[in-house]
Structure formats: C-alpha cells, structure tokens
Design a protein around this ligand. Structure first.
Ligand code: SAM
Length: 220
C-alpha cells in the first residue's frame, strides 16, 4: 500500500522536524469531539505554511475556509505581534469551535473569524480597505476562480496566494471530470496561466492526508 509508505514518511519527518505540540494536538481532539471532519492540513503542511509566513515577514493573512482553526493557528503563530489573520467560514458551528481553539492556543488577538458565505464577506473586506500579504484558499473548490479574483483585488504587491487540495488524488488532470471541485481547480489553474500579474507553481504532496497538492502564486 503506497499510503502506508506515505504515512511512515510523514511520521519520520514529523518525529524529526515537528516537536510534539500539545496545543495543536488539543485542537484536533476538540475537532473530533465536535464531529468536525479530519480535512485540516497535516502537521507538516501546517508547519510549511507557518515557515512561509515567517520568511516573507507577512503581516496580514486572509484564509478562506477556517474549519476548526487548525491552519489559522499556524498562521497566527508565525505573524508578528501586530499581524492579523482574517479567516472566513460559512459554518457557524465550525466557527464556534475554531474560536475556542484559537483562544486556547492564545492566538485570539491575532485572528478574526468571520462567519458567512466567503463571497459575501470578501466585498466587505474590500470596502473596509483591507489588504493582505498572504492568501490561503481552502474552502469550496468550485469557487476557487472567484476567490482568485478577490485575492487579486485585495493583494499587496508581492503577496502570496496559496491554494490547497489542487491535486485531489490525481483527478485534477481529468478534463472530463463531472466533479465541480475538480473543474473549479482546473479553471483556477487556467486563470493563473493567463494572468500576467501572477507567477505560480504547484507542489504535489503525499502523506497522512493522501495524495494532493498546493499551488503557490506570487502577485507582482
Ligand atoms: N483551512 C482549514 C485547516 O487546514 O485547518 C481547513 C478548511 S476545510 C478544508 C474547508 C472549510 O471551508 C470548511 O470548514 C467549510 O465549511 C468552509 N467553506 C466551504 N464553503 C465555504 C464558503 N462558501 N464560504 C466560507 N467557508 C466555506
């Protein structure tokens, strides 16, 4: 089984590079208790996001798709004291758990959880004059093309745009897929291909969350 190997490799790097972290372990337990699906980023991916956020000296992060706040906490921890994560979540029950998790992780002062349909919240952020240095697009994949357009509206020069779950066990190359999430990702990739303001790459990943991948773009 390939997935056994992937899990073993994740475990190996996890043991070596990711010191055990009771706060984040607690988040995953709370999510489980609340019947939240286990579709958060893996620990190693969370740390990847965290390091990226540090390297760029990023101040404002916009996350679309909060779930239980797991990735929000990784971002918040990487930010300087005056940095902020705005995270958008449609499900009020998930948002409630996320807020508790974020408070327990002592990241409350750095995270705003905004409940509602992301496509309703995004224009409000624009109206408030907010701009962001990093976008993490991780919600309903069929709306990725729209989220990209909003990211471009709300981006500071040099901003990073990261989209999760763009490989989907390889399904992304299936032109005829009837899965609207796959088509959403494919349309998103087409927009990246054709936008002169963006430089992009895709990283395929395997591990405890199966076979998937990230896209990373930098806005000029
Ligand atoms: N970023 C999270 C993490 O790694 O811990 C995982 C996010 S999960 C993959 C996707 C989330 O997006 C779900 O909690 C879902 O309820 C939310 N979502 C789906 N459609 C949405 C929409 N239209 N607006 C806002 N949130 C949405």
């Amino acid at each position: 089984e390939r997935s056994e190997v992937w899990n073993k490799v994740d475990e190996y790097f996890g043991n070596k590079l990711l010191p055990s972290d009771s706060t984040l372990e607690q988040v995953l337990l709370k999510n489980k208790e609340a019947d939240i699906p286990e579709i958060d980023v893996s620990p190693a991916q969370g740390k990847f996001l965290y390091l990226l956020t540090k390297i760029k000296a990023i101040k404002n992060v916009l996350e679309i798709g909060t779930l239980g706040g797991y990735s929000s906490i990784w971002f918040a921890r990487a930010l300087p004291e005056h940095g902020k994560v705005y995270t958008l979540e449609i499900d009020p029950d998930f948002a409630k758990v996320a807020k508790e998790n974020i408070r327990n992780a002592q990241c409350e002062h750095k995270v705003e959880v905004l409940v509602g349909e992301a496509l309703d919240t995004l224009p409000k952020l624009k109206a408030d004059g907010l701009l962001f240095d990093l976008f993490f697009i991780d919600a309903d994949k069929q709306n990725n093309p729209q989220y990209l357009k909003w990211a471009l509206e709300l981006a500071n020069p040099g901003a990073l745009i990261i989209a999760d779950n763009v490989v989907r066990d390889g399904l992304v190359v299936d032109v005829e897929s009837t899965d609207e999430r796959v088509q959403g990702v494919r349309e998103f990739v087409d927009l990246l291909e054709n936008n002169p303001r963006l430089e992009s790459t895709a990283i395929q990943t395997v591990g405890s969350k199966g076979y998937d991948g990230f896209i990373m773009s930098v806005v000029k």
